[in-house]
Design a binder for this molecule. Structure first.
Ligand code: SAH
Length: 213
């Protein structure tokens, strides 16, 4: 159920559905998604579907993880560091960690993040820094800017705090909306205060909530 063949089937499906970045497809093929869900759900880990991870949250559908990652890579130039909002079970974190030099990941539900940290440690991932924090505020440190930000939780409207933390030409990939959302790519134009917005798939993410849990 977790064989190479099962994973390859998932990758073929993502590719049929329009994911075309070979590096992203390779990483999906090499990331053991069954280790990111409860054992009882492991047999469904390579279906292209979201699955519950406890605390009312879900591991994102592989298509969405791959799609957001490829949108980020395609829109960005050199990505040195990516901020991920909503660590969840850490699957998207693991995917990103294989494609960019440094990842910072914030999550508001501590037990979820603790588990994700432990998983990534066991997998030997060393380029991720975690913080139990409200990601709606980004990674608020004086002057810290990111070449990429990816949010796995959906605000109703675009948070200014996240735009402010984009480096020149930095890219933010984020679902925006209510019950369903529009996957949106926001790009800082050079070092200006102008942001270009591009819209893509209609998606269904959990809401970006404020405060910690
Ligand atoms: N990529 C994750 C997705 C998890 S779902 C995975 O595949 O497992 C989205 C996550 O965002 C949830 O864990 C939720 O708790 C978290 N979240 C929601 N609002 C947040 C906020 N303001 N700051 C940080 N994390 C938040």
């Amino acid at each position: 159920m977790t064989s190479k063949r099962t994973r390859d089937r998932l990758v073929s499906r993502l590719s049929e559905n329009g994911v075309s970045d070979e590096a992203v497809l390779d990483v999906v093929a090499n990331t053991p998604r069954h280790l990111f869900v409860d054992e009882a759900l492991a047999h469904r880990a390579y279906e292209d579907t979201a699955l519950p991870i406890g605390h009312g949250q879900t591991i994102s559908q592989p298509y969405i993880v791959a799609r957001m990652t490829e949108l980020l890579l395609a829109a960005a130039g050199e990505l040195d560091e990516v901020l991920e909002i909503g660590t969840g079970c850490g699957y998207q974190t693991a995917v990103l960690s294989q494609l960019v030099p440094h990842v910072k990941s914030v999550e508001r539900i501590k037990p979820l993040q603790d588990k994700a940290k432990e998983r990534l440690r066991k997998l030997g991932v060393k380029n991720v820094e975690f913080r139990h924090a409200d990601g709606g505020l980004g990674w608020p440190e004086e002057g810290h800017k990111f070449s990429g930000i990816l949010s796995a939780a959906a605000p109703r409207s675009l948070p200014k705090s996240l735009c402010d933390q984009l480096a020149p030409n930095g890219v933010l990939v984020i679902p925006i909306g209510g019950e369903t959302q529009t996957l949106t790519v926001v790009i800082r134009e050079g070092d200006s205060e102008n942001f270009k917005k591009l819209t893509y798939d209609t998606v269904k993410f959990v809401p970006l909530l404020s405060g910690l849990s």
